[in-house]
Design a protein around this ligand. Sequence first.
Ligand code: MG
Length: 276
Amino acid sequence: MPFSRRDLLAKLSAAGAGTLLGGLFATKSTAQNVGYNDTPMLPGGHWRVHDSKRPQPKVVTPGAAYGQAPSDAKVLFSGGDMKEWKGGPWTVTQDYFEVKRGTGSVQTIGEFGDCQLHVEFCAPAEPKGDGQGRGNSGIFLMGQYEIQVLDAYNNPTYADGTTGCVYGQTAPLVNACRKPGEWQTYDIIFVAPRFKDGKLETPAFVTVFLNGILVQHATPLIGETLHRQVGFYTPHGPKGPITLQDHGDPVRYRNIWIREVGPHSELRHRKTWEIG
Ligand code: MG
């Protein structure tokens, strides 16, 4: 579309000529000299607004398709073996592993705090049981905060116990389950709780996508997820394992990877905010 002088004048007027011209000409486009060094400091005291000295984000190569591990992920399972896990043992194939009833839960050997976690799971194709007795497993962040795995397709149960819930605390925003026997995806963004001097400083927060649909939106956790009890916090370290639950049902898992999240969440843990 042609861009007329009248359009330009209108835009200059609307945006404020100084602001727009500043945006056009004050920032040099060379990679060696981007940004500003005379702008106000952001809260936290590390960087200015548009700070030219702020490090460039690390380059990460995305997976070729949705759900495939990006270049900086730690792969926890991609088929064939469970060398990143202990406990069980569960049944392993080249494509997936499966809960082996009565063997107990499995935990990652590695420990993680703030993270992005991708997990794919599949409830048994032939549903057996109902409520909590159908396709039950679970993903425990830091070994104690459960995001429920259940066959919740046409299977009513208590809302804070269905797939996508923070177990015993927060129901999912919607039921986004696929049919039993179909592979489903979880993408979980977790902020670990912080403790100081033996007391809770900030709670855990979790954001969850089930099959690409938002089901938990920066949900604060009230503590460990428990059955028939209100959860509470017991102070612990900054990292813990990812645990998958043996609840007696042959739920399958595949394509599991995790990305530890760095200091980007530091502002979340600020005690005070100066908003002006
Ligand atoms: Mg469970």
